[in-house]
Design a protein around this ligand. Structure first.
Ligand code: GLU
Length: 415
């Protein structure tokens, strides 16, 4: 259970990196604040004829290295502070993997599963229309996040394009292939998590086949990670979705999980497996824990009971700073979100490049380029950590902040 806010975590991580790298106090202060934040009302005609007004946000944290980039989240717990934190993490993430973007994030306070397709489409189009001055292929490029998908991206692209009077595929990434999406984008975050996991296991001298994995979350990222790591030979012993999880020390197969979810709408009750709560799942006996759901899952309240020796953060912000401290003391390696889950935005960058050039790459080419970037970024973060004697999260943040600070200093402060 969350004990602090995502924004407090993001600030504390930045402050720790800033102290370790002796960041200029002026630049530090600039980076502690989002560049701009927009709050909008999204009046939506519901199917019964009534009007519901949803609240939405779009935050640009930093644009020193290029247009801002980041997903749009549809979730009932969205707040401005959460969106600010997620936007800040996008800034560091893009810089860590060296793609020419700043950081942004958007969100609407809504439970998308309670809306009909028509309501979801009308709400998405009106939200897009409200944030229109904020977005554009050279300005800020949204993408999917929790609660949004490629269909939502298609509506955003269409709304923007209709207002411009011509097709603008580069305004959004994570689109369907038919309108300028990229091969490999849908699985890109999970694939990036897989590359980083393999690099981590290799670095730590662990055999893939002897690695027992628990994954929290079974959406686009968690589900994809389960499939890819199972394919690589890891033993998946625990998996959960929002409703709860399942555990089988002998191993779970992606086929059985998928089939059971299709049949019952959840994971619990899977034959041969034991039901566990989402809290219990994080404390299961395993070697590798992959939180792939939401922020604030690993806290000072449960960090002592985590059994894994490696944590790879597929979600954004799953570990609170106090838990990070406990893991460091306990010798548990945490591979941070801004490195581990950067595969999604990396392939978003490829999609944007392809859109702008009106050209398309094969899936093999996309995956190969992704692998090279993820492996290089892993090495860069490791080198930073070793040379400065800091944990991986601080190293990754230092790397990201350093690149942003360099761009900022080179451009100079306006006016
Ligand atoms: N929402 C994803 C993330 O948190 C992807 C963002 C993007 O592709 O712009 O990294």
């Amino acid at each position: 259970m969350k004990t602090g806010s995502a924004w407090a975590s993001a600030l504390s991580q930045l402050d720790e990196a800033a102290a370790a790298m002796q960041l200029d106090p002026g630049v530090h202060e600039v980076l502690r604040n989002p560049r701009r934040a927009l709050e909008v009302s999204v009046p939506t005609r519901m199917d019964d004829g009534t009007v519901t007004v949803f609240k939405g946000y779009r935050v640009h944290h930093n644009t020193s290295r290029g247009p801002s980039k980041g997903g749009i989240r549809y979730h009932p717990a969205v707040t401005l502070e959460e969106v600010k934190a997620l936007a800040m993490w996008m800034t560091w993430k893009c810089a860590v993997v060296g793609i020419p973007f700043g950081g942004a994030k958007g969100g609407v306070v809504v439970e998308p599963r309670e809306l009909s397709m028509g309501e979801l489409q009308r709400m998405t189009r009106r939200y897009t229309s409200e944030i229109l001055p904020f977005i554009g292929p050279e300005r800020d490029i949204p993408a999917p996040d929790l609660g949004t998908n490629e269909q939502v991206m298609a509506w955003i692209m269409d709304t923007y394009s209709t207002r411009e009077g011509f097709s603008v595929p580069g305004v959004v990434t994570g689109k369907p292939l038919a309108i300028g999406g990229s091969a490999g984008r849908n699985q890109a975050t999970a694939r990036g998590v897989m590359y980083i996991t393999l690099a981590t296991l290799k670095h730590r001298g662990r055999a893939i086949e002897d690695t027992r994995v628990v994954v929290q979350g079974y959406g686009n990222v968690g589900g994809g990670t389960v499939e890819l790591l199972h394919e690589q030979g890891c033993r998946i012993v625990g998996v959960s979705d929002v409703k709860g999880g399942v555990y089988n020390p002998d191993g779970l197969t992606p086929e059985a999980l998928r089939q059971h979810q299709a049949d019952t709408g959840g994971l619990q009750g899977l034959e041969g497996a034991q039901d566990v709560t989402n809290e219990e799942l994080l404390e299961l006996d395993c070697d590798l824990l992959i939180p792939a759901a939401i922020e604030g899952q690993l806290t000072r309240l449960n960090a002592d009971r985590v059994n894994a020796s490696i944590i790879v953060e597929a979600a954004n912000g799953p570990t609170e700073p106090e838990a990070d401290e406990i893991f460091a003391q306990r010798g548990i390696a945490v591979v941070p979100d801004i490195l581990a889950n950067a595969g999604g935005v990396t392939v978003s960058y490829f999609e944007w490049v392809q859109d702008i050039q009106a050209y398309s790459w094969s899936e093999d080419e996309v995956n190969d380029r992704l692998r090279k970037i993820m492996e290089q970024s892993y090495v860069d973060v490791l080198a930073m950590g070793e040379s400065r004697g800091v944990k991986m999260r601080t190293a990754a943040t230092m790397l990201g902040v350093g690149r942003v600070a360099e761009a900022h200093a080179t451009r100079g402060l306006y006016p």
